[in-house]
Design a binder for this molecule. Structure first.
Ligand code: SAM
Ligand code: SF4
Length: 361
């Protein structure tokens, strides 16, 4: 990727002798939101080129030397867990492209915070899942989201610029046969691409025993082609599904991004993640770590908090407690800097320089 023109927030450093067990007040922002969930991007590279995410020729990739090592990821995750993060979701780019993915899952799953062992989830395009799923489960993976926007082979090839639908379906079949439940499938709804297929996607998900969640397309494509007037909204999705299904709202959403509806009285459910037309920022409990070690407090943030440079600048003999104190200071500054909400709907909105694949969806 080209240089990332963002403000790099340098954090006030926590006391050098702070240990993970006494890192203080946790991850509460100035609006009272407590952060329990961290998305860790393992790579910006991908086996697909979804039009809403990446340009056809790919990006200028992050330099390999800037990508966090597994040791660094684990070190950051340990401190985040000590501060109250309970769930780590591994993402990318495509997380299964990381050659040591099973080791990453195993080592993150071994972390405990004040409330006990953390949970490790993953968002993947499903390619390679058939091969590695048993190892991932044995290593401690507990939840899985697979992205599939169409079950039509030609449309899939056009949308992702790769003819890999069969590989994704094999990954979904493997996941559906596994003990990772509930399996969630993500689909970005797009006008003229898959908006004629919304009911079919829900029926496909029900057949494999998964829950489908439609995502409103967000302005996060590296090609900057998002057009608000062309997007398929939450209302459009519900209108299309209501022509075929009875939909009854499921109460108790909490901090979850998806609103859910019970289909025809249950047990199946469908979700909608309406980040654009019905933002849920007030309940957001999520933080992000990019593959090159930048903390982000929002998908749409223009500010990043650089943990890589700080860690790599420390003397080789720095004590683990000193290193975790530095990580904690940077993470707490990131949380402190979180705005009450994103500004997608504001005329002054500026799209982040990184595309979704480099932020970590
Ligand atoms: N490669 C994996 C995958 O596709 O599941 C993980 C990374 S991907 C960036 C994570 C999620 O972000 C996917 O469900 C994808 O559909 C979604 N996504 C990517 N770009 C998006 C956009 N512009 N608007 C909405 N969702 C997007
Ligand atoms: Fe790759 Fe996921 Fe982006 Fe598609 S959405 S290009 S699968 S990172």
């Amino acid at each position: 990727m080209t240089a990332v023109p963002v403000t790099i927030g340098r954090a006030p450093q926590a006391p050098a002798d702070a240990a993970p067990a006494d890192l203080g007040a946790g991850l509460v922002d100035t609006h009272g939101r407590v952060h329990r969930d961290m998305r860790i991007s393992l790579t910006d590279r991908c086996s697909l080129r979804c039009t809403y995410c990446m340009p056809e020729q790919g990006n200028e990739w992050l330099a390999r030397t800037s990508i966090l090592s597994t040791d660094e990821i684990v070190e950051v995750a340990q401190t985040a867990a000590a501060l109250g993060i309970r769930t780590f979701r591994l993402t990318g780019g495509e997380p299964l492209l990381r050659t040591d993915i099973v080791d990453v899952v195993r080592r993150v799953a071994a972390i405990s915070g004040p409330d006990g062992p953390v949970e490790v989830a993953m968002t993947t395009n499903g390619i390679r899942l058939g091969e590695v799923l048993p190892d991932l489960i044995e290593a401690g993976l507990t939840r899985l989201n697979i992205s599939i926007d169409t079950i039509n082979r030609e449309k899939f090839a056009a949308l992702t610029r790769r003819d890999r639908l069969d590989d994704v379906l094999a990954g979904i079949a493997a996941a559906a046969a596994s003990e990772l439940t509930p399996l969630k499938l993500n689909a970005v709804a797009m006008r003229g691409v898959n908006d004629d297929e919304l009911v079919d996607l829900v029926e496909f998900a029900m057949e494999v025993g998964a829950q489908l969640r439609f995502i409103e397309q967000m302005p996060l494509d590296s090609g900057h082609t998002w057009d608000r007037d062309a997007m398929v909204t939450r209302e459009d999705i519900l209108a299309a599904l209501s022509e075929r299904f009875g939909l009854e709202p499921v109460p108790g959403r909490g901090g979850a991004p998806a609103e859910k509806w019970r289909i025809d009285g249950g047990p199946h459910e469908v979700g909608v993640i309406a980040s654009v037309t019905a933002p849920f920022c007030g309940a957001c409990d999520r933080l992000r770590l990019t593959a090159d070690g930048q903390f982000r407090n929002c998908l749409f943030s223009l500010t990043e908090y650089d943990v890589t440079t700080a860690l790599r600048a420390m003397p080789a003999d720095a004590a683990p407690s000193e290193r975790s104190g530095v990580i904690a200071g940077i993470l707490q500054a990131c949380v402190h800097g979180k705005l009450p909400g994103h500004a997608i709907n504001d005329p002054s909105f500026l799209q982040p320089a990184r595309g979704m694949n480099a932020i970590g969806g």
